[in-house]
Design a protein around this ligand. Structure first.
Ligand code: NOJ
Length: 771
C-alpha cells in the first residue's frame, strides 16, 4: 500500500480505533457539546495524533476571497493551507467551489482533517428573505423558523454547514445600522425570535441534530452588548451594568444555550472596560461556567487583533494569550493564534491543555456534521441544483415579505387601491425601479438582479385593470462610498422634481417609494440623521403641494424619523428590505390582496434626539404624562414626548374590536395562575390577522420595573365579522424579573395589565395581585 493510500484511510482508521474503546474523553477540562461518548473518543484519538502546530492550525479561520479557480487568496491563507493549518474558512460558497477548497485542504492536511465552511447566512442564502428586523415584525415564530430552515437547506447544499447567525444583540438605538439584523427592542420577543431561528438552522425536531446533512451549526452573536454602542456608532464602547446585562442583554443568549446552540461569536465592543474578545467574565464565568455552554466560540472578524487598538493588549502575542485565556476557540482572520500560540505554550504562558480543549470543541463539530466520514458531504452539485431557490422557498420569501410590512398610517382608507376602480396613479421616487437595494446589506448570495422591483410588482398585479400607472423617478438615492466611508459630496439633484410634480398633477393618487440605499443600513452604517436621505423629503414636500393623496412606501433597515411624512402623507407602508419578492409583496399590500398584519418591534422616534426611545422605559420620579403639569417633568420641551410610532403598532385594512377583557380571578399565589381572556372581533370589511398583545407593569418592586413589559402575544386570523377569544396565562414566570442579586426573582405585589393592539393601547386595563 502506498503512503498516500494510508493517508487517505486515516480518518477511517481513527474512527474504527475510537469505536473499539469504551470510555469518554481523556482531555482534562473538556466537556463535550454532544455528550456523546463515541464522539468524545473520536475527538480524543484525533487529538492524540496531532502535533501542537496542527492543533493550532485548527483554531485558525480565514475568509475565502477565492477566485473562480477556487484559490484561497488573502493573508497567509495559501501558506497555511499548504501546511494543513486552516481549521475553517468562511465566505466560500457553491458545492463545486467548496469541494475544490476542501480537496486542497485534504491534500495538505497530514491527518486528513476536514475544513469547516462557514458563512453569514443572515436572511437566506440565494432565496433572500426579508431582513431579520422586518421578519420579526411578523411576530410569527413559525415563519422565522421556516425561513431559517430554508436558509440552512440552501447553505448546506452549497457547501456551508456553519452559520454566523442569528444575530441576537439587543438594541434600542436606530442610529446603529445593525438593528436591521436583530429582532427589535423587546427582550421577550427577541428571545423567542432567537430560539426560532436557532431551531430553524440547527434542525426542526432536535436542536442538536447536526448530523442530517441539511442542518447547520447556528452562532449566537455577538456576545455581548454590541447593540449598546455609544451614540449608535458601530464598534463603539459599551458600558452596561451587570444587572442590565442579566435583564436585557443576556437572555436571548442564555435561552439559545439552553436550546443547544452550537457556537458563539464574540462582539467587537469594549464592555465595561474589557473588550469582549478578551473578556473572561463573559466567556468563562458566564457562558461556560454559569450557563454550561460546551460549544465552539469564534471571534468576530480580526477581533483578537483589535485588542491592541482597544488598549487592552500590548501586541498580537499578548492579544492571543488574553483571548485564549478568556475561553475563545477560534481566531477569525487575526492570525494571532496561528502566529503566537506555539511560542506561548513553549514559554509556559499558556498550557497545551487549553489548546487541546479548544481544538476538541472544533473537532467535535466536524464529527457531528459528518465531515470526517465525508468531507464533501455538503458538496453535492445535484442536491444544490434541486434545493437552491426552489419554488417552495420562493413562495416562502413572498409570504415572509407580505407578513413583514407594517402599515403605519392609512388616512381615509386611501389604501388599498382596488384593481376594479379606475384610477391614474403616479409612481414616483427612487425605490419604484430600485432593484439592488431590495435585499438589504446582508444578502450574502442573494442575486440582486433577481429581486422584483415595486414597478414590476405593480405592473404584474394591475395588468388589464383600470388602474393606470405613470412613472417619474423624481430624484436619486444618495450613495455612500464604503471605501472612504465618506458621504458622497454629490447630493442628488432636484432636476427631476418638475417632471415628477407634473406627473403627480396628472394623477388621482401618488404612490411614492423612497428609503435608504442598502449600504446605509447594516454593519458600519451608523447614522446621526435618520430622516429619509438626500432630498427625498424635499421632493415629498413638493408633491404635497399638488394636493393629491400620497401613499408612501419606505424601504430601510432601521426605524426612521418620519415625522414630517406622518403628518403630511395619507398612508405609509413600512416595507423594510423585503428581499427577493419585494415588489410582489408591495403590490399585494397596495392592492389589498394581502391585508397588512405586521407590527413594529422597534419604536419610531419623532426625531433622532429622542433616541433611545423605547416602550419599556422606566417611569422616573417625575414622569411626564398628560395629566400632570409639564414643568419640571422628565420630558423634552421641544418635541412631543411620545414616540411617532410605538412598539407593537401596525394597522390593518380591517378593524379589530377588543371586548370582554376578563381575569378569572384577581390574585394568585405561589404555584398558581390567572387566566386573562379577551374577545377580539373583526368588525371591518376585510378578513385579517391581528397580533393580540399582553403587557404588565409591576407597580412596586425591589428593582424598579418598566412602565410596561410585553409578556405574551398571539397572532390570530379573523374573517369579516368573526370573533375569537384569546387567553393568556399569568403565572410566576410572567411576573419574574431580575433581582438586585442578578437572579430571577418573584415578589408579592400589585400589577397593571393591558391586553391590546399595541404597546400604547391603554384601553383594556386591569389589575391583579400576587400574594
Ligand atoms: C463581521 C461581523 O460583525 C460578523 O457579524 C460577521 O459574522 C463577520 N464579520 C464575518 O462576516
Amino acid at each position: 500500500m502506498s503512503k498516500l493510500n494510508i493517508k487517505a484511510l486515516l480518518p477511517l482508521l481513527i474512527l474504527s480505533f475510537a469505536a473499539c474503546t469504551q470510555q469518554g474523553s481523556k482531555i482534562a477540562n473538556w466537556h463535550s457539546y454532544s455528550g456523546d461518548v463515541v464522539i468524545e473518543q473520536k475527538v480524543d484519538s484525533v487529538l492524540s495524533l496531532m502535533t501542537l502546530e496542527e492543533k493550532i492550525g485548527q483554531m485558525n479561520q480565514y475568509s475565502a476571497n477565492f477566485a473562480p479557480t477556487g484559490e484561497v487568496a488573502d493573508n497567509q491563507s495559501g501558506e497555511y493551507l499548504k501546511k494543513g493549518m486552516i481549521g475553517s474558512t468562511f465566505n466560500a460558497f457553491g458545492a463545486e467551489n467548496v469541494r475544490m477548497l476542501q480537496e486542497q485542504n485534504m491534500k495538505y492536511s497530514r491527518l486528513k482533517i476536514p475544513m469547516l465552511f462557514a458563512a453569514d447566512v443572515i436572511h437566506g442564502l440565494e432565496t433572500t428573505f426579508p431582513i431579520p428586523l422586518a421578519e420579526a415584525c411578523s411576530w410569527d415564530l413559525d415563519l422565522m423558523e421556516q425561513t431559517a430552515r430554508a436558509a440552512a437547506e440552501e447553505a448546506t447544499a452549497s457547501g456551508v454547514a456553519w452559520n454566523f447567525a442569528p444575530m441576537i444583540d439587543m438594541s434600542n438605538d436606530p442610529r446603529w445600522g445593525r438593528v436591521m439584523e436583530g429582532a427589535g427592542e423587546d427582550v421577550y420577543l427577541a428571545t423567542l425570535a432567537a430560539r426560532a431561528r436557532v431551531k430553524g438552522f440547527q434542525g426542526i425536531s432536535n436542536y442538536n441534530d447536526l448530523s442530517k446533512g441539511n442542518t447547520m451549526i447556528a452562532t449566537a452573536k455577538h456576545f455581548v452588548g454590541y447593540g449598546a454602542a455609544q451614540g449608535g456608532r458601530d464598534y463603539h464602547t459599551t458600558d452596561i451594568s451587570e444587572h442590565k446585562l442579566h435583564e436585557t442583554y443576556f437572555p436571548p443568549f442564555k435561552a439559545v444555550v439552553e436550546d443547544g446552540v452550537g457556537s458563539f461569536m464574540t462582539s467587537f465592543n469594549d464592555l465595561n472596560g474589557v473588550p469582549a474578545t478578551g473578556n473572561k467574565y463573559l466567556f468563562k464565568d458566564i457562558l461556560r461556567d454559569a450557563w454550561g455552554f460546551n460549544g465552539l466560540v469564534v471571534t468576530d472578524y480580526t477581533a483578537i487583533m483589535e485588542l491592541i487598538p482597544h488598549g487592552y493588549a500590548k501586541d498580537l502575542k499578548h492579544a492571543a494569550q488574553l483571548s485564549l485565556d478568556a475561553g475563545i476557540d477560534m481566531d477569525m482572520i487575526s492570525e494571532a493564534f496561528v502566529m503566537h500560540l506555539k511560542e506561548l505554550v513553549e514559554e509556559g504562558s499558556i498550557s497545551e491543555n487549553q489548546i487541546d480543549v479548544a481544538v476538541a470543541r472544533i473537532l467535535e463539530m466536524k464529527f457531528l456534521l459528518g465531515l470526517f466520514e465525508d468531507p464533501y458531504r455538503y458538496c453535492d452539485v445535484e442536491r444544490e441544483k434541486q434545493v437552491i431557490m426552489n419554488d417552495e422557498y420562493v413562495d416562502l420569501a413572498h409570504k415572509a415579505a407580505q407578513g413583514s410590512m407594517v402599515l403605519l398610517k392609512n388616512d381615509n382608507n386611501v389604501l388599498p387601491l382596488k384593481k376594479d376602480e379606475s384610477k391614474r396613479v403616479a409612481l414616483i421616487g427612487p425605490f419604484i425601479n430600485e432593484r439592488e437595494s431590495l435585499n438589504g446589506e446582508w444578502a450574502i448570495k442573494g442575486d440582486r438582479d433577481k429581486s422584483v422591483t415595486v414597478k414590476e410588482g405593480l405592473d404584474a398585479k394591475y395588468a388589464g385593470s383600470n388602474v393606470k400607472f405613470t412613472y417619474e423617478k423624481g430624484t436619486d438615492l444618495p450613495l455612500i462610498d464604503r471605501s472612504t466611508e465618506k458621504v458622497s459630496d454629490i447630493e442628488p439633484s432636484s432636476r427631476g422634481f418638475a417632471k415628477a410634480i407634473q406627473t403627480a398633477k396628472n394623477s388621482d393618487v401618488v404612490l411614492v417609494a423612497m428609503g435608504e440605499n442598502y449600504h446605509w443600513s447594516g454593519e458600519a452604517a451608523s447614522r446621526t440623521d435618520i430622516t429619509l436621505p438626500g432630498n427625498q423629503r424635499e421632493l415629498l414636500k413638493e408633491l404635497k403641494k399638488t394636493g393629491k393623496p400620497i401613499i408612501l412606501v419606505v424601504f430601510n433597515g432601521r426605524p426612521l424619523d418620519l415625522s414630517w411624512e406622518a403628518e403630511n402623507v395619507d398612508a405609509i407602508v413600512e416595507a423594510w428590505y423585503p428581499g427577493l419578492m419585494a415588489g410582489h409583496a408591495v403590490a399585494d399590500i397596495i392592492s389589498g390582496d394581502y391585508n397588512p398584519s405586521a407590527k413594529l418591534v422597534m419604536t419610531f422616534p419623532r426625531n433622532v434626539g429622542q433616541v433611545p426611545i423605547f416602550y419599556n422605559q422606566k417611569n422616573t420620579g417625575r414622569p411626564f404624562n398628560d395629566n400632570a403639569p409639564a414643568d419640571y417633568r422628565s420630558n423634552y420641551i421641544d418635541v412631543e414626548n411620545t414616540p411617532l410610532y410605538s412598539f407593537g403598532h401596525g394597522l390593518s385594512y380591517t378593524n379589530f374590536e377588543y371586548s370582554n377583557v376578563v381575569l378569572n380571578k384577581s390574585e394568585f399565589t405561589k404555584g398558581g395562575s390567572i387566566k386573562a381572556s379577551v374577545e377580539v372581533t373583526n368588525t371591518g370589511k376585510f378578513d385579517g390577522e391581528e397580533i393580540v398583545q399582553l403587557y404588565i407593569q409591576d407597580i412596586v418592586a425591589s428593582v424598579t420595573r418598566p412602565v410596561k413589559e410585553l409578556k405574551g402575544f398571539e397572532k390570530i386570523t379573523l374573517k369579516k365579522g368573526e370573533s375569537k377569544v384569546v387567553e393568556f396565562t399569568i403565572d410566576e414566570e410572567t411576573i419574574e424579573f431580575i433581582g438586585l442579586n442578578n437572579q430571577p426573582t418573584v415578589e408579592a405585589g400589585d400589577f397593571n395589565l393591558w391586553i391590546g393592539t399595541s404597546s400604547d393601547d391603554e384601553s383594556n386595563h386591569m389589575k391583579f395581585s400576587y400574594k
